[in-house]
Design a protein around this ligand. Sequence first.
Ligand code: ZN
Length: 428
Amino acid sequence: MKSFMPPFASREELFQHQLVGLKWTISHAYSGCDFYRKKLDQAGVYPDDINSLDDLKRLPFTTAKDLSNGYPFPLLSVPMSQVVRLHASSGTTGKRKVLCYTKNDIEDWAHFFARCYEMADLTQDDRVQICVGYGVWTAGVAFQSACEKFGALAVPAGPGNLEMQMEFLMDFQSTVMCCTASMGLLLAEEVDRRKLGSKINLKKMIYGSERSSDSMRERIKKLLNLTDMYDIPGMTELYGPGTGLECSEHDGIHYWADYYILEILDPDTLEPVPDGQVGEMVVTTLKKEATPLIRYRTRDLTALKPGPCRCGSILPRHDRILGRSDDMFIVKAVNIYPGQIDNALRGLDDINCEYQVVLNRVEGKDQLLLRVELAEGADQSICDSLAHKVKDVIKTKILVTPDVQIVPCGSLPRSERKTKRIIDNREQ
Ligand code: ZN
C-alpha cells in the first residue's frame, strides 16, 4: 500500500525541508499579497534574508484580527482565478474566518490527512463512518476526500442524527467512527443502553474538535469495546482537521512538520517556552499557496513533547490541546483553563467523565461550583467523602477551593457537538 508518511530518515532532513518551505512561503507571500508585503517591509525582513530556520524569529506575527480585517478573502496570495474552494469557520467569536484553497492546497491537505488514517493503522478494508459537519466547514469534506485517497470506504453520515448513526453502524458494519468526543460519548452510551454491542463492528474512533478527558475516552472505549481511539487536531486557518494525529502510544500528537512549523510561545512575552511547558501554538505554513500563514497566533494552548516517540516516527509531537487562551477564566485572581480541570480529575475513582463548572459572584466574591457525576453503579453513600476528595484535588492542583456537588451518573447535559462545561453567571 502507498505510504503517506514523509520520506525523511532524520530530523536533519526534515529541518532542511522546512527551510526550503519557509523560504518559499516568505517569497511567495511577499510577491503575492499586499498585506504580507507591507508587514514584512515594516519588520525590515525580505525574502532573501531567510537563510536558516532561526530567521523565523525575525518574522512578524499574524493574528485572527488580520483575518477578519481582510474579510472576505484575507491573506490571499494568489490570483482569485487559482482559488478552487473556500471554507469558513463557524465564527463563534466575531466574524467568520474565510480561507481560500488552490488545487494544490486541496491535494496537499488530502495527502497529509490520509497520513492520519495510516498512522491509526487503518487498511483499505476499513469502513469509515464520518459523523462530522458537511458544508462550508472544513470537517466533513476533508475526512471524506482523505479517506477516499487512502482507499478505505467512506460513509458520509454527517453530524448528529443518533438514530441513523446506529442504523449505519449495524447495517454497514462500519469499523471506524470519526466524530467529536461528545458525539462519541453520546453514541457509546446509547449503544450500551440498547445493548447493541454484539450487532456492530466498530474498532476505532478518530475524534476531535474539542477537549476530552482521559476518563471520557476510557468510558467511550469501554462501552463501545474499541481497540483504540485517536485524537485529531485541526483548525480552519491551517487547512482544517488532519494536521496531525495521536499514534498508538498515546503520548502526544504527531504533527505534520513537513507542512508547517510549530512554535510554542509564551503568550505574553512571545518568546519560546522550553519543551514540555505550556504556551500558545504559533504556526507557519510551508506549502500553502492561497492563504499562507506566517507566524499565525492560533490562541490554542499546548506543549511540545520532548524527545523521540516510542513508535519510532521522526515526526515531532505536541500535547493535547489544553484549551484556547480565550477559554481561560479567572477565579479569585487565578487563571484557569478548562483542560486543567480535566487533568485534575484524571485518575479519581468513582466519578464519571462529565463535569460542569458554574461561576457565580456572591457579595463581591467569586464562587466556583464544580458538579461531577458519580460513576455508574457507585454507591450514593460515598457522595460526601467523594466531594471532599474532589475539593482537595482541585485545591491542590488548581489553587482554588471549589464547592463540589456530586450528581447522578448521566444527569449533566450531553450534546452531539461541543458540550458547554463552563457556565459563567458573573456580571462582566
Ligand atoms: Zn508516536
